[in-house]
Design a binder for this molecule. Structure first.
Ligand code: NAP
Length: 352
């Protein structure tokens, strides 16, 4: 492991300098890695590992779009693509990449497929941490490990193809074989992690649920909508309101933040913008801090988990979800966004 200073705090990280791909191949040469689930993480992880020369099979329920996608991606029914239980029986490392609600539903069957010395692998601390609600309690004769990429499985794949990577956290919950750590790091490198940092199952799920409900998605959507509505209420056009709320952020400012940090973005804006941002950032921070407190409490208490499992296990889950996403898509703000995107030069040229 390399010791790196993060803002004055020393932390350990692993890159392919400390753990080269060749070593990962060596560690995993006798393993069959069964990727259960071909949703978002499944395809990214399975294809990256396969391209890295590992022995990968996919488990997916049959007669589904995901099964057809796996077959279209070159996983061959009966050879490298199987129904869930069959794949879980064949795997020595069983990657549980069903949706978190899907893990709860299938656990009684999957549990029966695990043999002594197998590794059960997760990409989220959810099922294990909230075991009282999920019922996912692994037997004591297996390793229980996690690599959690910090981004979409789609990005994991795109970055891999482009020759870059995506950061992941890793954790070991149970080390039966004494090989849990090398298995974890080997898989972490083989799926295309840029660097790996240690965590626990609990820390991973608490930070992940907070992040996606907060700045990454929920809070972001909420503050964008509030500002757009404010501008519209005061007579600004949809185009103006959308440009000042979303387009300028996604097309310019956030790219500067990604490149060199918030201070650099501020330093590359007008003096007027800087002054305003410096004055208003603390006000927004203080305004949302109590909401973040409530959020973290609900994550720790398991209230957010209860909500997820109830909503995502409902038989009409997909219909309800599509309805809610449709409300966003059909809102004036995001219809204005579609018009703004269509006017980007590259999109106009592509249409010609
Ligand atoms: N999305 C991400 O990029 C991301 C990022 C980091 C970590 N993770 C974690 O990675 C894991 C997988 O997440 P994901 O987003 O890839 O999941 P997802 O897209 O929601 O996964 C759906 C998969 O689960 C299967 N499934 C769902 N319910 C099922 C059930 N009752 N029985 C059998 N199969 C069922 C689906 O099969 P059908 O297609 O047949 O419905 C599909 O293969 C989760 O633990 C998640 O928290 C995800």
């Amino acid at each position: 492991m390399a010791q790196i200073e993060f803002g004055g705090v020393m932390e350990e990280v692993i890159t392919d300098e400390e753990f080269p791909l060749q070593k990962a191949r060596e560690v995993l040469k006798d393993e069959t890695i069964a990727v259960l689930g071909y949703g978002v993480q499944g395809p990214g992880q399975a294809k990256n590992m396969r391209d890295n020369g590992l022995n990968v099979i996919v488990g997916q329920r049959e007669n589904s779009r995901s099964w057809d996608r796996a077959a279209a991606d070159g996983f061959v029914p009966g050879k490298t693509l199987f129904p869930l239980v069959e794949a879980a029986q064949k795997g020595t490392i069983v990657q549980y990449l069903l949706s978190d609600a899907g893990q709860v539903a299938t656990w009684p069957q999957i549990k029966e497929c695990l043999n002594q010395g197998d590794a059960l692998y997760f990409s989220h601390g959810f099922s294990i941490t909230y075991k009282d609600q999920t019922g996912v309690i692994p037997p004591d004769y297996i390793d229980v490990i996690m690599v959690a990429p910090k981004g979409s499985g789609t990005t994991l794949r795109t970055n891999f193809v482009e020759g870059t990577g995506l950061n992941s956290s890793f954790a070991i919950f149970q080390d039966y074989t004494g090989r849990a750590k090398e298995r974890t790091l080997a898989v972490g490198i083989a799926i295309g992690s840029a660097y790996l940092f240690p965590t626990t199952f609990q820390k991973e799920v608490y930070s992940d649920l907070t992040g996606e409900r907060g700045v990454l998605m929920g809070c972001l959507a909420g503050v964008m909508e509030a500002q757009y509505n404010l501008l519209r209420k005061h007579g600004h056009t949809p185009s103006e309101a959308f440009n000042e709320t979303v387009e300028e952020l996604t097309q310019s400012l956030i790219l500067l933040v990604a490149e060199n940090g918030m201070d650099w973005m501020f330093a590359n804006c007008s003096a007027t913008a800087q002054r305003g941002a410096l004055d208003w950032a603390p006000r927004f921070r203080d305004a949302v801090a109590p909401v973040f407190d409530q959020l973290y409490e609900r994550v720790v208490s398991g209230a957010e988990t209860k909500r997820v499992l109830e909503a995502n296990s409902a038989p009409d889950y997909r219909e309800q979800l599509n309805k809610e996403l449709g409300v966003i898509r059909d809102s004036e703000m995001w219809r204005a966004g579609a018009a703004v995107r269509a006017l980007r030069p590259e999109n106009r040229k592509a249409k010609q």
